[in-house]
Design a protein around this ligand. Sequence first.
Ligand SMILES: C[S@@+](CC[C@H](N)C(=O)[O-])C[C@H]1O[C@@H](n2cnc3c(N)ncnc32)[C@H](O)[C@@H]1O
Length: 181
Amino acid sequence: MRLTTNNQGREVFWDPYKSKLAAALNKKVNIDLKKEDSVLYLGASTGTTVFHVSKRCKEVFAVEIAPRVMRELVFLAEEEKNIVPILEDANHPERYKDVFCNWLFQDVAQKNQVEIFLKNFRQFKPRIGLLVIKARNVNSIKEPEEVFKQCEEELKKELRILDKKSLDPYQKDHLIFVVSK
Ligand SMILES: C[S@@+](CC[C@H](N)C(=O)[O-])C[C@H]1O[C@@H](n2cnc3c(N)ncnc32)[C@H](O)[C@@H]1O
């Protein structure tokens, strides 16, 4: 069980059934996030996981494409001063190229998840990158294991795979890759 203390001193549960990063921690993935790290977080949504990350690093640049959920993320950023919300499409890292990050995390529900991740990795050259793959978004017909294998092959062309783990039973048909250059 993981708890994060908010600014009012209240402990907030980091739920592995709601956060893929919490699921990864429960599955003993070494996420190697340091207090001095600057994080680029792709697929921030309302900020459920961004909040927990922000309490464990220096700053979080939180990219989200949907204006509707961005509203809540902006409210969160008013409370947590080290969160920078960015309303953008992660397919275009050149649009937020002034961001500095050395830790990259991606959780976007898109067919081209690996392509988006590689574009951002090339642009920002982080020390470490974590990519969550939701098999059904990449290909809803193929078996998840087949999809994960295909994603790994694509990643291996440019990056070193440090770890990979299924997020079952917390997140069905999801896998996380931890990579470096
Ligand atoms: C599964 S949710 C992320 C949940 C979040 N990581 C959390 O743990 O609270 C995926 C998010 O990615 C966003 N998204 C999808 N495509 C995107 C893109 N191209 N650029 C930025 N965000 C994107 C969606 O709008 C959605 O909010």
